[in-house]
Design a protein around this ligand. Structure first.
Ligand code: BES
Ligand code: MN
Ligand code: ZN
Length: 493
C-alpha cells in the first residue's frame, strides 16, 4: 500500500499524532527546541537522554508513551555520530517508518532539529521507505485483531515554504522505490515478463512516456540470438522493453538505464541447487530498478533525457532450451560459446546493450543481479561497480553514495579478459573459478556500443537480503533506484 506524506511546520509539542519520531544525534545536549515537548512529557525525554537510556547512537530507538496531549507517543531515534547528515536523517527516518509500521498506528510524524533543505527530502524518502511492506498475499486477521496499517505520515520541517521542492523530491524517490520493491517481491508466477511490460506501459501512461515492447517475434527479427538462447527454454514470451522519458532538450543525448529482467533463473540445463533457488525470483531486480527510477524521474520532472531498456525472460531447462556448448551470434555480430547456461544474464544484456546504440546514449548504466561471486566479495553492503570509463565510474560511485546505496569498484584489467577468450568462438560466457564478477563485466563490455561510456552495477548482493538489515527487512531493497536517480539528477539541467 502507498503512504500519504504531508509537510508541516511548527513546534513538535503541538503535533497531534499517535506517534512522533524525534531524531537526535549522539553525544550532544538535549536540544532547546524540544523543551515544550519535554515539558508535556513531564521531563521524561530529557531524563531518558541524561540517564543514557537513549544516547542518540545510530539505529538506536526508544519509545516513550505520553500523557495525552500533543503526540500520544514519542519515538526517540538516533542519528549517530555522522559525517553525512543527509544519510543519517535518511537512515533514522527509515527506522522510524519501520517502527511506526510495526506499532500498528495509522499515522505518524517525523521531526529532527533544523530539518531544512535537502534534509526534508531525506526524511520524506526515509519514512516512505521504512513504512514499506508487502501484505498482498496475507489473509487479513479479524477486524478486531487487525493492526491499523500506517497510511499517512507528516514531516515536520523548520520552514514549510522553503521545503516544498525538497519534500516533493523525497516523495517521488519513495514512490519510485516502492515500484521497484513491489515488482521485486512479487513471485515469479505473477511477475512475468508480460507483467513487467504491463507495468512499464502503466508508468508510461501515467507520465505520458513512449513505451515500446518487443516479443519473441521482433527479438528474432532483431537477430538477438544471445537473448533468444536464454528464452529458448520457456513458453513465456520474452520481452524487450523500452521506456523513453524526454525531460531534456530535444537533441540532447539520453542516459541509457539498462536492467536485467530474469523473472526466474533456475540456471537452465546447468541447473542450480534446490537450496535457495526461490531467491531467483529476484533476478529481475535490475529491471525493477529501471522502472522505479523512471517513475521517480518522471515525478520529479528532471530536465534530462532518459531511456530505460529491459531484457526480460525466464531461464528454464527444457527440450527446447539452450545447451552447454551451444554457439550463438549476438546482434552486434560477436559469436558466443555458451559453456554454462546459468550465466544467462550476460547473454540477455549483451543484446540489450547492443540495442541501446539506437538511442546514441551519452552514457549507459546497467544493473543486474549478475554474479554470486559479487555477494562473496562484497556481501550485502556494496554494489560491485565496473566500467569502461574511470570518470563515469567515479560519477556513478558518487551518485550511489549520495543515494545511500554504496558501491565499490573492481578492476577491469586486460589480464582478466584472457579468461573469457573463446575456444571456437569470439568469447565464452564464463571465465574460470576466480574473479567471476569481473569476467562477467568484461563479457558485457564486448557489447557496449563503440565509444560509449558505460558502467555496470552488479547488484546481486544489494538488491535483496535473506536477513533483516536493521533499516530494511528481509526481502527486496529497491537498489539501484536511488543510484540511477541521483545519476540522472547530476546530469539534469
Ligand atoms: N542470477 C545469478 C546470479 C546470482 C547469484 C544473483 C546469487 C544473486 C544471488 C546469475 O544468473 C548466475 O547464475 N550466475 C552464475 C554465473 C556462473 C555460472 C559463472 C553464478 O554466479 O553462479
Ligand atoms: Mn544464472
Ligand atoms: Zn541470473
Amino acid at each position: 500500500m502507498s503512504i500519504a506524506l504531508t509537510l508541516r511546520g511548527g513546534n513538535p509539542a503541538r503535533v497531534a499524532t499517535p506517534l512522533l519520531a524525534v531524531a537526535l544525534p549522539s553525544g550532544t545536549q538535549f536540544p532547546e527546541s524540544l523543551s515544550a515537548l519535554d515539558k508535556a512529557y513531564g521531563g521524561a525525554l530529557s531524563r531518558a537522554h541524561k540517564q543514557g537510556d537513549f544516547k542518540g547512537g545510530r539505529d538506536e530507538a526508544l519509545l516513550c508513551v505520553g500523557p495525552g496531549r500533543g503526540p500520544a507517543r514519542v519515538l526517540l531515534v538516533g542519528l549517530g555520530d555522522y559525517a553525512d547528515r543527509y544519510g543519517a536523517i535518511m537512515r533514522a527516518a527509515t527506522l522510524a517508518g519501520r517502527k511506526g509500521n510495526a506499532l500498528g498506528v495509522k499515522a505518524m510524524a517525523f521531526w529532527a532539529p533544523n530539518l531544512a533543505g535537502d534534509l526534508v527530502e531525506a526524511a520524506a524518502f526515509g519514512v516512505s521507505r521504512g513504512a514499506w511492506d508487502f501484505t498482498d498475499y496475507k489473509t487479513m486477521p479479524a477486524a478486531k485483531d487487525r493492526p491499523k496499517p500506517l497510511v499517512s505520515a507528516t514531516i515536520v520541517a523548520h520552514d514549510v515554504r522553503a521545503s516544498k521542492t525538497s519534500f516533493a523530491a523525497g516523495v517521488a524517490l519513495g514512490e519510485g522505490q516502492r515500484v521497484a520493491r513491489r515488482l521485486q517481491q512479487l513471485p515469479g508466477n505473477v511477475c512475468t515478463p508480460e507483467y513487467i511490460a504491463r507495468t512499464a506501459r502503466d508508468i508510461g501512461k501515467r507520465h505520458k512516456l513512449r513505451v515500446t515492447v518487443f516479443g519473441r517475434r521482433e527479438i528474432k527479427r532483431l537477430k538477438m540470438e544471445s537473448f533468444l538462447a536464454v528464452a529458448a527454454g520457456t513458453p513465456q514470451d520474452p520481452k524487450l522493453i523500452v521506456v523513453e522519458y524526454r525531460g531534456g532538450r530535444r537533441g540532447d543525448a539520453p542516459i541509457a538505464l539498462v536492467g536485467k529482467g530474469l523473472c526466474f533463473d533456475s540456471g537452465g540445463i546447468s541447473i542450480k541447487p534446490a537450496q535457495g533457488m526461490e531467491m531467483m525470483k529476484y533476478d529481475m531486480s535490475g529491471a525493477a530498478g529501471v522502472l522505479g527510477a523512471v517513475e521517480a524521474i518522471a515525478r520529479m520532472k528532471l530536465k534530462v533525457n532518459v531511456v530505460g531498456l529491459i531484457g526480460s525472460t525466464t531461464n528454464m531447462p527444457s527440450g527446447t532450451s539452450m545447451n552447454p556448448g551451444d554457439v550463438v551470434t549476438a546482434s552486434n555480430g560477436k559469436t558466443i560459446e555458451i559453456l554454462n547456461t546459468d550465466a544467462e544474464g550476460r547473454l540477455v544484456l549483451a543484446d540489450v546493450l547492443a540495442y541501446s546504440a539506437k538511442f546514441k546514449p551519452a552514457a549507459i548504466i546497467d544493473a543486474a543481479t549478475l554474479t554470486g561471486a559479487c555477494v562473496i566479495a562484497l556481501g550485502n553492503s556494496a554494489t560491485g561497480v565496473m566500467g569502461n570509463d574511470d570518470k563515469l565510474v567515479d560519477e556513478v560511485l558518487a551518485a550511489a553514495k549520495r543515494g545511500g546505496e554504496p558501491g565499490w569498484p573492481l578492476p577491469m584489467w586486460d589480464d582478466y579478459r584472457e579468461m573469457i577468450k573463446g575456444d571456437i568462438a569470439d568469447i565464452k560466457n564464463i571465465g574460470g573459478r576466480g574473479a567471476g564478477t569481473i569476467t562477467a563485466a568484461l563479457f558485457l563490455r564486448e557489447f557496449v556500443p563503440a565509444g560509449t561510456p558505460w558502467v555496470h552495477l552488479d547488484i546481486a548482493g544489494t538488491a535483496y537480503s535473506e536477513t533483516d538489515l536493521v533499516v530494511i527487512p528481509k526481502g527486496p531493497t529497491g537498489v539501484p533506484v536511488r543510484t540511477f536517480v541521483e545519476f540522472a539528477r547530476g546530469r539534469a539541467r
